[in-house]
Design a protein around this ligand. Sequence first.
Ligand SMILES: [Mg+2]
Length: 334
Amino acid sequence: MLNGIPRSCHLLVALLLSVGMEAAVAFNPPLSSMLNRREAISDLVTKTLQYTGITQIPILTGRQTAAPMRNLVVFDFDHTLIGVDSDEHVLGLSSDKDAAKRRLAEAGAAKRWCEGFASELECLQREGVTMDRIKEALVEIKVDEELKETIHRLGNLDGVELRILSDANNWFISTVLQSNGLDKYITKIVSNVAEVDGGFLHVKPYHTSPHPEGSSSPANLCKGRVMRSWLDEVRWDQVVYCGDGPGDFEGAVNVPLNGKILARKDWPLHRLLERSKEVKMAQVLPWQDHKELARLLSKNVEMPVLAMQRKQWDLAGSRSLRWHEEGKAVRVMT
Ligand SMILES: [Mg+2]
């Protein structure tokens, strides 16, 4: 259709077609009743832009008002986002790592993991292990490549927010995220507090006030309490929780019923959920390894958002307009 028209004029043609189509639909009641007006215009402009190869245009009016979808994806960190426990990994630097890990496990069994690790971390540093050496150990932790790619794609989608809720600490988590190039995709980290004092790294509890009645979480962090505060922030269209451990249980059962719980198969969270059939909860989807976790995230978060975005012209908020074709995002700037 545009053969023979200079490429510089293609944008003008696309815009004229979109305005013309909108006018035709607006002044033709039968057609208007038959067609979804926004979809008709969107499809026409999309096809024209695809034909011309234009990926950026400078203007479009603000008549499209569909609200962006809001998806919250929550990751536990140890053994969920990464394949190891970061606290235990760092204790591998101890001169007697078996004893250090045994003491930490005993503390965990008594719901005092945070205090136990704070004590082991202090011993470790008194042995002469510096923060630089601890950082080097953390940088060794690699996130699975397929999961990393999925996080890149999810993080680039409008309306998807990725957060971490973990019983590790914010310094360990930030260090691992940065070294894996994931820090810019994670919008919030809630974890125990790491502070440097006198050249030593100290870990302190995240929660310092008592948990609400009914919580069975350790005093330092109640994931259910954090999840409820996140759910109160906005109206999320979908919430997905990824976890593995017993500390994830209260976070997971707070996922709204239309959400998903991605539980590491046959690990404590999964077993607890299986034993709690009487609790009304979101659908539980087990995953065996990080590649399966990545595929579940793609299927349950990425694909629904892409399908929605493909149908909507969204000029709300960011005033950026996107559409997606075969999984590839193309941004149209306003
Ligand atoms: Mg975990």
